[in-house]
Design a binder for this molecule. Structure first.
Ligand SMILES: Nc1nc2c(c(=O)[nH]1)N[C@H]1C(S)=C(S)[C@@H](COP(=O)(O)O)O[C@H]1N2
Ligand SMILES: [Mo]
Length: 243
């Protein structure tokens, strides 16, 4: 169990359970009470889950999609890792565009940078709220490359042939990014270092780690998980989990 102090600026709702937990810890130290501490941490994230269910997003949808529970941190979900090296990183922007191009890490940093707050929702049932993600908007890549009007979908390409697909609508939303920082920190290798995709309004499996390419297409190309029983669209508010 972690005794790390929650970030109360981001999660003021946690203060009460934290105080309760520290009170119990100081009142009676020992293994039994540490187990109770774990239970209290669970109570704290239950509080976050409850308040996120009561909240509304700017677009009117409930903050927490149905069947989701809040976790404080990204849980590493595996995958076939890339080399994690910013020095060899290359991103190819191609498909239905007038001027395909490739950028290395330094080139990516020269494109217009944004930081967006976004929640992510894993199909296994956890949600991480309020991450600050920094990177380049996929819509900016579309514009730079001169995306053709026939394009309807974005295909994200990753190390070892992993792909994911997303409709243009979600993939070019304001907070859909090619990202290299979460809450000011670079991604650990298991979370997609050096650069990953982020399409927050679809289940998190669409957010390709160890990204190598962004391809704009007319005809959809179901990706790695989409051909393995997961839903092709993956809207968390419609609980589109499986095919
Ligand atoms: N390249 C690649 N990206 C991937 C995956 C993968 O297996 N390979 N898994 C996806 C799944 S199923 C999820 S839930 C998220 C998990 O990201 P995390 O490990 O940073 O939590 O990454 C997605 N991106
Ligand atoms: Mo996942």
């Amino acid at each position: 169990m972690s005794s790390r102090r929650p970030d109360f600026d981001r999660y003021p709702e946690l203060q009460r359970s934290w105080d309760r937990r520290n009170f119990i810890k100081s009142a009676a130290v020992g293994a039994t009470m540490m187990a109770a501490g774990g239970a209290l941490l669970r109570i704290a994230t239950d509080d976050l889950t409850k308040s996120a269910r009561a909240e509304k997003r700017a677009d009117g949808r409930v903050r927490l999609p149905p069947g989701q529970r809040v976790l404080e941190f990204l849980r590493p979900m595996g995958g076939d890792e890339g080399d994690g090296d910013a020095r060899t990183f290359k991103l190819k922007v191609h498909g239905l565009v007038k001027t395909p191009f490739e950028v290395d890490y330094a080139g990516l940093l020269k494109l217009p940078q944004v930081t967006k707050q976004a929640d992510v929702h894993c199909v296994t049932g956890w949600t991480m709220l309020g991450g600050l993600w920094k990177g380049v908007q996929i819509s900016a890549l579309a514009e730079l490359a001169g995306m053709k009007s026939e394009a309807r979908y974005v295909i994200f390409e990753s190390a070892h042939g992993f792909t994911s697909n997303a409709p243009l609508k979600e993939a070019t939303a304001d907070d859909a990014l090619i990202t290299y920082r979460l809450n000011g920190k670079p991604f650990a290798l298991e979370h997609g270092a050096p650069v990953r995709g982020l399409v927050p309004d679809l289940y998190f499996w669409k957010s390709a780690k160890w990204i190598t390419g962004v391809k704009f297409v007319k005809d959809d190309e179901p990706g790695y998980w989409e051909v393995r029983g997961y839903n092709n669209h993956a809207d968390p508010w419609k609980e589109q989990r499986y095919a």
